[in-house]
Design a protein around this ligand. Structure first.
Ligand SMILES: [Zn+2]
Length: 102
């Protein structure tokens, strides 16, 4: 028995097969989008990640949970007072992965 892969791409991070102007990846430690400068995941990143993961929403939520973990550490270091709101970060990184696309 093998564990399911957390990413459909196996060996490369999500969105990395896209041209750089379309990658909408986070700039660390600010976690703003490298392309559009919105808070990451920006609307384009969410759309692209949904496309990349397709119906595998469990894998998408696992990937985004790891991003939430890294972002929380970075943002806490950048802004210890007031600390980032955990509910806001949860909504931003994870809550949308459980919703059906509209
Ligand atoms: Zn973006």
């Amino acid at each position: 028995m093998t564990a399911p892969k957390p990413s459909p791409s196996h060996d490369r991070p999500p969105l990395s097969n896209l041209h750089p102007v379309h990658q909408h990846l986070p700039r660390r430690p600010s976690w703003l989008c490298r392309v559009c400068a919105a808070t990451w995941p920006c609307p384009s990143a969410r759309m692209l990640l949904r496309v990349e993961y397709g119906t595998n929403r469990v894998a998408l939520s696992i990937y985004m949970a790891s991003q939430l973990f890294d972002a929380t550490a970075d943002l806490l270091r950048l802004n210890p007072v007031p600390a980032p709101d955990p509910r806001e970060l949860f909504d931003r990184f994870l809550a949308w992965t459980a919703r059906s696309p509209t």
